[in-house]
Design a protein around this ligand. Structure first.
Ligand SMILES: [Zn+2]
Length: 509
């Protein structure tokens, strides 16, 4: 059985789950649902990155031990993912013992290989970023992100010999042209590797909240060696007798951390003798009314706000229809409502409502038997099969908006088909055979639409399937149901509530 292992970055637990976190995590959920439809064995990992000075400091401010403090922060992430209908397989926390063991293993392997050496790290440090800055990167002497004063620090640190991996990384990039997506990111990273690689600091001894190094108890693991390793501990790499999921098929990341995932992480894995992930995909950022989303200026759209505008499925749909995955997008309430009204309510919602109404009115609420298929119905059938194929191709390429566009072209075609065949006239003229063929064709088209959209808008897809008298879970083996004619004649349909009411009061009632 084919497997698919997808990950999100692990998030800082002291953040409020917002649109940025939601974007990556819903993307992983969509791919998970899609690959399950394809009959693959899927593992979806997300979680939280819980060590570091920032957490240690925040814990002190809250009068708590660091572990107690992070424990109190985790539920809001899990709740956010539940509200967004995200079904992950594991939520990993870097404070878990098995993770710590995996991190120590990674240090040991690189240490034994001679890829780690001791030196001094000196620079201008921002606690908020947990990062050093160069003079030229500062804005008026302050951290460019936090706008707070940086401190001059010099500390003993272990370093990883990233410079030694330049040639092997180049070789890998040459061999695996799709290792990093989109292509523009691949080119950018390749160029930077060619320019040369600097060794980087992998330990700290100026604070305590972290994982002790196996070869020096005075030092703790520093950010990336700790965080990136979660992708291995998340699938119990050390404990597993045979690797069922590793190497990961896809690491989904924001464009700001693509360097760490496509250069540092592969070098760490090479050093430890572990196979590399198959693909890293960097998505873009959301602006809010064309302005950069920033915490300091109060323009963060948190998950609750996102859902409150038009519900979960409208939000999930908007994020992946509005912009090409990999590029930046602009978020606004108006744009979301516009998509909800035009695409979801007018095109999809109306199609389902009309089809079910006609089936109840002209066929006594039963899926009709088709005895005679005319040319027009055959055109729809062929378009449906093309839609299935093309959507699958888009999903393989992680082109979400391409997949949605493809399905929507078919939705539009079904609406046009109803207009053109005018079932109400056929009914008036008593053309029973033709009328039933039209209604069957539309209902079967809607069934395929619901299955194709189920990874994106799962709740709506389930409602549609129920209205058709179908069980979405039975569509699980998509390979078997992604063909024309699965809707059994004689099945009772049942028209439900409006799918995307424009007035939220209707929804509540
Ligand atoms: Zn900062």
């Amino acid at each position: 059985m084919k497997k698919f292992y997808v990950t999100t970055p692990i998030y800082y637990p002291n953040d409020i789950p917002h649109i940025g976190h939601a974007y990556t995590t819903i993307a992983a959920d969509i791919l998970t649902r899609w690959h399950r439809l394809m009959g693959e064995e899927v593992f979806f990992l997300t979680g939280t990155d819980e060590h570091g000075k920032k957490i240690e400091t925040a814990a002190v401010q809250n009068n708590k031990e660091p572990k107690e403090f992070v424990d109190s922060l985790i539920p809001k992430f899990k709740e956010a993912w539940e509200k967004l209908n995200i079904k992950y397989d594991r939520f990993i926390r870097t404070t878990e013992d098995a993770h710590k063991e995996m991190v120590r293993y990674m240090y040991e392997q690189s240490w034994e290989k001679g890829d780690i050496y001791k030196g001094f790290y000196e620079g201008l440090y921002c606690t908020g970023c947990e990062a050093y800055y160069q003079e030229k990167e500062l804005s008026e002497g302050c951290c460019p992100i936090h706008k707070t004063k940086v401190e001059h620090l010099k500390e003993e640190s272990y370093f990883f010999k990233l410079s030694a991996y330049r040639d092997r990384l180049l070789e890998h990039f040459e061999k695996k042209k799709d290792f990093v997506r989109p292509e523009s990111r691949y080119n950018e990273i390749l160029y930077r590797i060619k320019e040369g690689l600097n060794d980087f600091s992998i330990s700290r001894n100026s604070f305590k909240w972290g994982i002790e190094l196996p070869f020096d108890k005075e030092h703790i693991a520093y950010v990336w060696f700790d965080a990136l390793t979660n992708y291995l501990s998340g699938v119990d790499y050390l404990a597993a007798k045979e690797q069922k999921y590793w190497p990961a098929d896809l690491h989904l990341v924001g464009k700001d951390i693509i360097w760490f995932h496509s250069v540092i992480w592969p070098a760490m894995l090479m050093s430890a003798g572990i196979p590399l992930p198959k693909k890293i995909f960097a998505h873009g950022w959301w602006t809010f009314n064309k302005e950069k989303i920033s915490k300091s200026r109060g323009k963060v759209i948190n998950v609750d706000e996102l859902i409150s505008i038009a519900g979960v499925d409208a939000a999930r749909y908007f994020l992946f229809a509005e912009t090409t995955f990999g590029q930046d997008g602009d978020f606004s309430t108006e744009a979301l409502l516009r998509r909800r009204d035009s695409d979801l309510a007018n095109e999809l919602g109306n199609l389902v409502s009309r089809a079910l109404t006609m089936c109840e009115k002209y066929c006594a609420g039963k899926t009709p038997l088709v005895s005679n298929v005319d040319t027009e119905a055959l055109v729809i059938k062929q378009a449906a099969l093309n839609t299935v194929k093309k959507t699958g191709k888009c999903m393989e390429e992680i082109d979400f908006s391409g997949a949605l566009n493809t399905v929507w072209l078919f939705i539009k075609l079904l609406n046009q088909y109803i207009e053109k065949t005018a079932p109400w006239t056929l009914a008036k003229n008593n053309e029973k055979e033709k009328l039933e063929a039209v209604i069957y064709t539309v209902l079967e088209g809607i069934r395929l639409v619901a299955v194709l959209l189920s990874p994106f808008i799962p709740e709506t897809a389930e409602k549609i399937m129920n209205q058709l008298g179908q069980d979405l879970k039975a569509a699980h083996l998509f390979i078997e149901t992604a063909k024309w004619g699965c809707l059994q004649p004689g099945t009772f349909v049942k028209k439900g509530a409006i799918l995307f009411p424009k007035d939220p009061k209707i929804k509540d009632g």
